[in-house]
Ligand binder design. Structure first.
Ligand code: ZN
Length: 305
């Protein structure tokens, strides 16, 4: 009996010591998969990252699941795109989480748009007409140079959450940014022959990408961000695309193919399906793979006679 008790006490002591010795990881929840990948690259072994989106969703409307609430309740950080990109789902989830650390204005609320100058800021900032870009276009992560700002914001937040790992986070950040710089140079070279080429897409995802790589963003199939096209808008788009010789239509995975396919057929443009975050199409599991896929697919489509 005594031996048993001794064994049990010894085990309990060992378990307690192991719990103390086990370094706790920073628990991060990101809204989208690109932010999850960037966080993993900076945080390495010191973070535990979960993304609310899987990659195929609309960035403005990730369907809410009951599992998100306990996940956010335990989170040290919530990492988001900002510019109200997540307006339709994140504020309600944050409120339900009852986690004071990750509420807006607190150190655990990591808005990656800090330091990004938004494009296409409308005069009015309300959602009454259904416009989902009230503070300007939030899709800056499709420009890998601006994604570097997100990496810096994530790194600063991780250092604030776990200052004991500051040197690791800084080293990881610098290594990732150096890797990204090499890739960016390659992507610029690959798209250089298509400078000035016009393209359209379903949703207004691509102004930052177009500006970075010297392409011309001609217009969207949607009437306005978040507002379905009207027959008249589609007709006008087809007419202007024909007269301006627009050779490319981009369809994002969350939108049906029918209308983009019709527009491509009527205008003779190539139709490509491009992800807007990692996981949107197969073989795009991380941010660099996603951008690589986008650049390669565009370049291949534009090379065709
Ligand atoms: Zn949008």
């Amino acid at each position: 009996m005594k031996l048993k008790l001794l064994c049990f006490t010894g085990f309990a002591l060992f378990a307690a010591l192991a719990a103390v010795a086990q370094p706790s990881k920073v628990r991060v929840v990101t809204t989208l998969t690109d932010l999850a990948d960037l966080t993993r690259n900076v945080g390495g072994e010191y973070v535990q990252v979960r993304s609310l989106a899987t990659g195929v969703e609309d960035t403005h409307g990730v369907p809410m699941k009951p599992s998100f609430v306990p996940l956010l309740n335990r989170a040290d950080l919530v990492v988001l795109v900002g510019f109200d990109c997540e307006h339709a789902f994140l504020p309600a989830l944050l409120e339900a989480s009852r986690n004071p650390r990750i509420q807006p204005g607190h150190s655990g609320y990591v808005d990656c748009s800090r330091g990004v100058t938004p494009l296409d800021v409308p005069k009015s900032t309300d959602h009454s007409e259904g416009d989902v870009h009230p503070y300007g276009n939030p899709h800056y992560l499709l420009d890998p140079v601006l994604a570097k700002i997100a990496v810096q914001n994530i790194c600063a937040a991780l250092i604030a959450a776990a200052p004991e790992h500051a040197a690791d986070f800084t080293r990881n950040r610098d290594a990732y940014l150096a890797q990204l710089d090499i890739k960016i140079a390659g992507w610029r070279a690959e798209l250089a022959p298509f400078k000035g080429t016009k393209f359209v897409s379903y949703h207004e995802h691509w102004p930052y990408f177009a500006e970075r790589f010297g392409l011309v963003y001609f217009g969207t199939i949607e009437l306005k961000p978040g507002i379905d096209p009207t027959p008249r808008h589609i007709e006008e788009l087809i007419t202007t695309m024909k007269s301006e010789h627009v050779p490319l239509v981009v369809r994002e995975p969350q939108f049906p193919e029918k209308v983009p396919a019709l527009i491509a057929k009527e205008t003779g443009a190539a139709l490509v399906k491009l992800p807007i975050m990692p996981g949107g199409v197969p073989d795009t599991d991380n941010y660099i793979a996603e951008m690589e896929y986008i650049v390669n697919t565009m370049a291949t489509a534009l090379k065709k006679p």
